[in-house]
Design a protein around this ligand. Structure first.
Ligand SMILES: *Cc1c(COP(=O)(O)O)cnc(C)c1O
Length: 391
């Protein structure tokens, strides 16, 4: 099999989806998969078979979801920069809920909205909470571009009530960041959400609540901890909202549903000796996995297929082939002696890897391989498991 390629463990994906759905049933949550995390059709088909809805951030994502068989009334649409065309197309499709992210956007939607349209319009609120994740993947601080501020939401709702407007928000959407692993932050967010909800005029009625995604995965140790804490996430949120008032709360997991089910398998092309370190250059790079270059994300790298079996541990900088110095997976990877031709696995590449791939340097799109045979366990056993359906 020619490297590099994305390797998807469809069994791990199924277990993850099962666990997520079981937790959601327990806590009365509806799961809307954030499709931007991974738009691979085989992955989408699997997610569809579990009955999840879709959270999209562009008309392209909406159309892809529809093409894959998701029903428009199972799709919600967020995004701080929707074009007029995207908005009108989404309304024509009759998606379930459009998450409006600015006052100008609201006014535009009201101007074209007709009452026979099945789409409901919710407001995305920026609750001004900070979360402990990389600055580049926080979204809920007061200076972030996403959503409307609490102040703007109040003003808008008061204005609409006063005007007796025919279109009113059906409810609210929040999404405060990604790769959140401390459950306290979901509690803090829930408290902030409640504070906002209880500050609304008492004559304003709404029934929709969507608390976004953000549940993190274990990038350091995916081999022993491959299952996100779905129960912990929902347990941190649900007790803050009565099931009478909110029989169902929507969540939009992306990374947590797919992240651990993908790896990139790459070959070591060259090993360079540099003062205090060795640099291993792979045939996979930022064009296949942009996260390290984009926000210093660290992915576990292990040997996938050895040649020398020399077990001496050395310190490596692992880099890609692109013509950018930031095309590196990081420094200080402790790995057995690497040599040209050996294969490494870059772990936790199921989310924001294939969907973020670049054409930069025209390296072509890496193939996808799907493990369908039940694995004995989910740990580093690829070479003993039959690979099927290489594309
Ligand atoms: C990206 C995104 C998500 C998914 O975030 P994850 O951290 O991958 O779970 C959910 N909702 C919205 C609005 C998003 O933009």
């Amino acid at each position: 099999m020619e490297t590099p390629y994305y390797l998807y463990d469809m069994n791990l994906l199924e277990s993850t989806l099962t666990q997520a759905q079981t937790a959601a049933d327990l806590y009365n949550m509806k799961l809307m998969y954030a499709i931007k995390a991974n738009t691979n059709k085989r992955v989408l088909e699997k997610i569809k078979s579990y009955g999840f809805g879709i959270d999209a951030v562009s008309i392209g994502e909406i159309e892809l979801a529809i093409e894959c068989g998701f029903l428009p009334n199972q799709i919600v649409f967020a995004g701080s920069g929707k074009t007029k065309r995207e908005i009108s197309r989404a309304l024509e499709y009759g998606i379930a809920v459009l998450h409006c992210e600015s006052i100008q956007e609201w006014d535009y939607i009201s101007s074209i909205y007709t009452n026979d349209c099945p789409t409901q319009i919710a407001l995305r609120i920026n609750p001004n909470v900070s979360v402990d994740t990389h600055a580049n993947i926080q979204t809920g601080g007061e200076n972030h571009k996403f959503g409307v501020s609490i102040r703007e939401a109040h003003d808008l709702i008061e204005r609409l009530l006063q005007e007796n407007a025919s279109l009113l928000p059906c409810g609210f959407h929040f999404h405060v960041g990604s790769q959140i692993t401390q459950m306290d932050f979901f509690e803090d967010m829930s408290i902030a959400v409640n504070r906002f909800l209880s500050s609304l005029p008492s004559n304003f009625e709404f029934n929709y609540l969507n608390l976004g995604g953000g549940l993190g995965i274990n990038y350091n140790d995916p081999e022993t901890d491959c299952m996100p804490n779905f129960v912990g996430w929902m347990r941190a949120i649900r007790p803050h909202f009565s099931t009478e008032r909110f029989p169902v709360i929507h969540l939009e997991p992306g990374r947590s549903l797919v992240g651990q089910s993908g790896k990139i398998i790459a070959e070591v092309l060259y090993v360079k000796d540099r003062p205090g370190e060795k640099i291993a250059i792979l045939d996979a790079g930022m064009n296949d996995l942009m996260r390290p270059a984009l926000y210093e994300a660290r992915h576990l790298v292990t040997i996938h297929q050895a040649i020398s079996h020399n077990q001496t541990i050395e310190n490596y900088t692992v880099a890609g082939p692109s013509c950018e110095s930031t095309d590196t997976f990081g420094k200080n990877f402790r790995l057995p002696v690497l040599q040209t031709g050996e294969q490494v696995a870059i772990h936790s590449c199921g989310a924001y890897a294939e969907s973020m791939r670049l054409d930069y340097n025209q390296r072509g799109k890496a193939a996808c391989v799907y493990l369908e045979t039940p694995a004995v366990n989910y740990v580093g056993k690829e070479s003993s498991v039959e690979m099927v359906n290489a594309e």
